[in-house]
Ligand binder design. Sequence first.
Ligand SMILES: [Ca+2]
Length: 223
Amino acid sequence: MTKNMTVCTRSMFQIYAPMILGLTLISAGWLHAQDIVLSDFEEPNYVWLPGGSWTVTGTPFGTTPALGTATPVTGYQGSYLVYSANGGNGTLVSPSFTIQRNYIKFLIGGGSYRGEGGYGGETRIDLLVNGQVVQHAAGPGEWENMDWEQWNVSGLLGQTAQIRIVATAVATGDFSAWAHINVDQIVESDNSLTIGVHQFSRQVGQSRPCRGAAGEWSVSAGV
Ligand SMILES: [Ca+2]
């Protein structure tokens, strides 16, 4: 009997000790919870990996993610990405999800239009809570290479949200070729980006970021 109890106690310890240690480290901030991949766009028909699919409207996104090697884009992960170069106006809208990590990270490239500056176009990605835009970002503009961007959503934990990707045509001029947005690998994470962030994002109402002569990104004084 004593021997069996010892074996049982040892087994329970072996099972639960790592779990307790992990939860302790997470709560202490020493170990981050596992990332949640929301979309990697590697499956046909715009799959939302936690369950369901993106809702597609209009023509720019087609009906399925683009094969990266068939585009001029670099920096995507896997083989497929969002590449809204089919012309016209449209959106991708995700299913509703609960924000469970402090950051939402994604790869972004393409046009930098936010419906500002008189160009009449938008190439943006939005975070919606209760149907309102609470974070948004646009591509770098005239730049197909994708790079990481993130939103700090620590103040929105537990909220129900959606992600919306918007592509509308630029009205006139040579910039019309950049009326598309590239997006890939949307992830919820507790690990903040520390380097390589282009800082395209801004809170609603902040001024427009622009690319400087040296290729670095800054926030301009106005739109
Ligand atoms: Ca991908």
